[in-house]
Design a binder for this molecule. Structure first.
Ligand SMILES: Cc1ncc(C[n+]2csc(CCOP(=O)(O)OP(=O)(O)O)c2C)c(N)n1
Length: 386
C-alpha cells in the first residue's frame, strides 16, 4: 500500500482513493494565507483509472517504440560523428514521456532539461525536425543552432530544452505567471531530473509558484542518478515528491514505467493547475537504461545492476502485457516495429540531406530584438578576422 504523508486537516482532506501506482503527499494545515482560495482546495481524489481501449494502449506503445528507435538511431549517429556536442537519451523513460504528454493539451507549455528528444516528439514535432536539429541542420526545430540540448518550438509550445541544470525551472514559473496574468487557461509543465531538486532555483521556483498560485506542474523524472551520483547520495530526503510539502504543494510519486498510471497522475496534476490555478509536484520513477549521455559507459554500475536493468525496461514490459492480454501479437508488434523503424530511417535521411545553417544567421536568434551597434563577428567581419 502506498505511503502518505498527508495531514488530515480541513484544508487537506485525506484522499479517499488514489490513482494506480501513486504515493501522495499533500500540504499540511495552512493558516489562512490566501483566504478562501486555499480553503478546501488542497485535496481532491484522483480519478479512477479508466478501462483502456486496445487502440489507446497500442497507440501508447507505438509512441514509446518511436522514442526508443529514435534514441537508438541518435546514439548510432553520434558514433558516426553526425551529431556533435552533448546528447542525452530518454531510454527507459518512454512510458513516462508518453504518459505525461497524453495529459497535456496542444496549447499547454512545456519546459524540459537537456534530455528531451522524446518530449519534443510527444509534443507533436516530427521525427524529421528533431533529428535534423541533432544533426545541426537548418531544417531542425531550432534551425540547427540549438542541437540536442536546445530543442525549441514556440508553435508547438515547447519552450526548451535547457543545458543548465535547473535553468528551466524559474523560467517555467515565469511562464505560468504570464498565463495567470493574462487570465488564460493554459498549463505549464516543467520537467527536470532528480539531481535538479537540490538546486536552489528549484526551491525558489516552487516557493513562488506556491505563494502566487501559479498554474504549473513540476515533474521530477527520477531515474535514480544525477550523472553517476545516486539520489540517496545527494538528497537528504530521497523521496523527492515530499519536497512539495515545504511549499504546501500537493505532490505525488508515480511508477514511471506504467504509461497509464503516469497519464492519470499527470491528468490530476494538470487539471488541478488548470481549474484551480494551483501548482503541483509530480515525481515519476523510471530506470535510466544507459549512461548519463551517449559517451558515458556507466562504469559506476555493477554488472548485476546492468543485468537487472533489462528486467526494468518499460517497453519490453508493455510488449509482454499487450501480448498476454491478446491485444498485440508478436507478429503485429514486428510489423509496428518495421513501420516505426522506417519512419526513423526517413528522419535520419532527411537530416542527412538537409543543409547546414547559413553562417550569416549565427547571431540571428541570440536576442529577441536587434541590438544597436552589435559586433556580429562573422568570418567576413574585420573584427573577427583581425
Ligand atoms: C548548474 C549546472 N551544474 C552542473 C551541470 C553538469 N551536469 C549536467 S547534467 C548533471 C546531472 C543532472 O542530473 P538530473 O537532474 O538527475 O538529470 P538527469 O540527467 O538524470 O536527467 C550535471 C551535474 C550543469 N549542466 N549545470
Amino acid at each position: 500500500m502506498a505511503e502518505t504523508t498527508r495531514s488530515a486537516t480541513k484544508a487537506a482532506p485525506a484522499r479517499t482513493r488514489r490513482a494506480r501506482g501513486t504515493t501522495a503527499s499533500g500540504p499540511t494545515a495552512a493558516p489562512a494565507r490566501s483566504g478562501a482560495q486555499r480553503e478546501g482546495a488542497a485535496g481532491g481524489a484522483a480519478p479512477a483509472a479508466p478501462a483502456e481501449s486496445a487502440e489507446t494502449l497500442v497507440g501508447y506503445y507505438r509512441q514509446m517504440l518511436l522514442i526508443r528507435r529514435f534514441e537508438e538511431r541518435a546514439a548510432r549517429a553520434y558514433t558516426e560523428a553526425k551529431i556533435g556536442g552533448y546528447c542525452h537519451l530518454n531510454l527507459g523513460e518512454e512510458a513516462t514521456v508518453v504518459g505525461l504528454m497524453a495529459a497535456l493539451r496542444p496549447t499547454d507549455y512545456l519546459f524540459t532539461n537537456y534530455r528531451e528528444h522524446g518530449y519534443a516528439l510527444g509534443k507533436g514535432i516530427s521525427a524529421e525536425r528533431v533529428m535534423a536539429e541533432l544533426y545541426g541542420r537548418s531544417t531542425g526545430v531550432s534551425k540547427g543552432w540549438g542541437g540536442s540540448m536546445h530543442l525549441f518550438d514556440a508553435e508547438a509550445r515547447l519552450l526548451g530544452g535547457y543545458g543548465i541544470v535547473g535553468g528551466q525551472v524559474p523560467l517555467a514559473a515565469g511562464a505560468a505567471l504570464a498565463v495567470s496574468y493574462k487570465g488564460g487557461d493554459e498549463v505549464v509543465m516543467c520537467h527536470m531530473g532528480d539531481g535538479t531538486t537540490a538546486i536552489g532555483a528549484f526551491h525558489e521556483s516552487l516557493n513562488i509558484a506556491g505563494l502566487w498560485d501559479l498554474p504549473v506542474v513540476f515533474v521530477v523524472i527520477n531515474n535514480g542518478l544525477g550523472m553517476g551520483t545516486t539520489v540517496e547520495q545527494s538528497a537528504a530526503e530521497p523521496e523527492l515528491y515530499r519536497r512539495g510539502a515545504a511549499y504546501r504543494m500537493e505532490s505525488v510519486r508515480v511508477d514511471g514505467t506504467d504509461v497509464v498510471a503516469v497519464r492519470d497522475a499527470a491528468r490530476t496534476a494538470v487539471e488541478r493547475a488548470r481549474a484551480e490555478s494551483k501548482p503541483y509536484l509530480l515525481e515519476t520513477t523510471s530506470p535510466r537504461l544507459k549512461g548519463h549521455s551517449v559517451v558515458d559507459p556507466a562504469r559506476y554500475r555493477s554488472k548485476e545492476e546492468k543485468e537487472a536493468l533489462k528486467a526494468a525496461d518499460p517497453l519490453a514490459r508493455m510488449a509482454l502485457e499487450l501480448e498476454e492480454a491478446g491485444i498485440l501479437s508478436h507478429d503485429e508488434r514486428d510489423r509496428l516495429d518495421a513501420e516505426v523503424t522506417a519512419e526513423i530511417d526517413a528522419a535520419a535521411a532527411f537530416a542527412d540531406d538537409s543543409p547546414a545553417p547559413e553562417v550569416s544567421t549565427l547571431f540571428d536568434y541570440t536576442y529577441a530584438t536587434p541590438v544597436p551597434g552589435e559586433l556580429r563577428r562573422l568570418p567576413a567581419d574585420p573584427v573577427f578576422s583581425s
